[in-house]
Design a protein around this ligand. Sequence first.
Ligand code: ZN
Length: 150
Amino acid sequence: MLENREGGCHCGRVRFRARVDLDRLSQCNCTVCTKKGILHLPIAPEDFELLRGKTSLTTYTFGTGVAQHSFCSNCGMHAFYVPRSQPDKITVNARCLDGIDGPSLKPTRFFEGRHWEEAQRRRIAEEGRAPATGLNGAVTLQGILDRAPE
Ligand SMILES: [Zn+2]
């Protein structure tokens, strides 16, 4: 069920509002998602609004540099990011939504990020939708930051 939720990092410097469907939670077993413990809710950038924290965000990149792992430079929480598999989307970390009971979150989808190329082919086949070729997540992240208040 689609619903409007708010969330943020741990210290409160980064806050966002997003339209999410908690029935579409996904989990990924790539190296970074495993360490973060993130539960993914990928959404269109139009359904995401950064309410505050623009200047507190820092972005970590590695490998291809397509994914933009944004996090709060004060508390270190990864409340949302731009994924490599869908660099035209914003992925909300369900664990960072307000009023969430972590252990009750049940992922219904799984992305085999450890074998990324194969997982991506499978995902595109299942969803019938491929992201624009050559798009870097930095463009999507910048769009979010440009619309956010100072
Ligand atoms: Zn913080």
